[in-house]
Design a binder for this molecule. Structure first.
Ligand SMILES: NC(=O)c1ccc[n+]([C@@H]2O[C@H](COP(=O)([O-])OP(=O)(O)OC[C@H]3O[C@@H](n4cnc5c(N)ncnc54)[C@H](O)[C@@H]3O)[C@@H](O)[C@H]2O)c1
Length: 253
């Protein structure tokens, strides 16, 4: 039975919502009644997802933007807040998924991944702070990963970004908690999204199924359900948590 908190008065901005986990979270939150800002660098995907939500009876607005660009993010947040009066939550999900051996990492790749993952999450937090309602508080969900906790070969840049996001989540949970803003992270594992399928071939996913403690791959909806829970009133005392939605990958070490 899917979890279905009442989010009908909430305005939630989801980055990287054009496909994969971001799209699934945007659709789930809209199905719980939230009005969703669908933010993605891929303008056509943004429109498609927002239109899909609207045609299923939900509320969504498309905002094509690059999360690495602070002024673009602040502009999106201002336009969304102008429509809705405030922003209740931001999901910092956008990321460039790329694995490669350390000697192949270029300055361009390193900077781009850091700018999307780390800078983008900082701008997302600032976007919420500019438009949340101090009376009702707010929430931020960052996207971590089991790779933040142990070494996986050929994932140096991706993993260092995810490690930084875990640290950012804990710092902001403590810094913003007194203002009624909860900051948590989701750490999904092995979900064959369009981006992840570019990293791992189908044979690798078959191998993983045998090692993941729950003996299956992650599904986009596993993560979306956990996201809806973290934004529900029942999660109102959860702050600074890294919630693994990974079938036990991180626990297995
Ligand atoms: N799929 C997994 O197994 C997995 C596991 C752990 C963590 N994650 C994390 O979940 C998040 C979503 O991953 P996914 O698997 O859905 O990836 P994906 O590549 O399928 O989707 C990422 C989306 O982000 C968008 N995007 C990329 N750069 C952007 C930018 N600069 N500005 C705005 N949008 C941008 C892309 O256009 C795309 O729509 C990422 O943070 C990823 O690191 C995924």
């Amino acid at each position: 039975m899917p979890i279905r908190p009442d989010l009908s008065d909430r305005s939630i901005l989801v980055t990287g919502a054009g496909r994969g986990l971001g799209k699934a979270m945007a659709e789930k939150l809209a199905s719980c009644g939230a009005t969703v800002a669908v933010v993605d660098i891929d303008a056509a995907a943004c429109e498609r997802v927002a239109e899909g939500i609207r045609s299923s009876g939900g509320r969504a607005l498309p905002f094509p933007a690059d999360v690495a660009d602070r002024s673009a993010m602040m502009d999106v947040a201002a336009r969304f807040a102008a429509e809705r009066g405030r922003i209740d939550a931001v999901i910092n999900n956008a990321m460039l998924l790329r694995y490669e051996p350390i000697e192949q990492v270029t300055e361009e790749t390193l900077e781009r991944m850091v700018r999307i993952g780390i800078n983008g999450s900082v701008w997302g937090a600032q976007a919420l702070l500019a438009h949340y309602d101090p009376e009702t508080g707010g929430a931020i969900i960052n996207m971590a990963s089991p790779v933040a906790e142990r070494g996986y070969p050929n994932t140096a840049v991706y993993s260092l970004v995810k490690g930084a996001i875990v640290t950012l989540t804990k710092v902001l949970a403590v810094e913003l908690g007194p203002r009624g803003i909860r900051v948590n992270a989701l750490a999904p594992g092995s979900v064959p999204t369009p981006g992840a399928l570019g990293l791992n071939d189908p044979a690798e996913y078959e191998r993983r199924k045998r090692t993941i403690p729950l003996r299956r791959l992650g599904r986009e909806e596993d993560n979306a359900e956990a996201c809806a829970f973290l934004l529900s009133p029942e999660a109102s005392f959860i702050n600074g948590e890294i919630l693994h939605v990974d079938g036990g990958i991180a626990a297995a070490g």
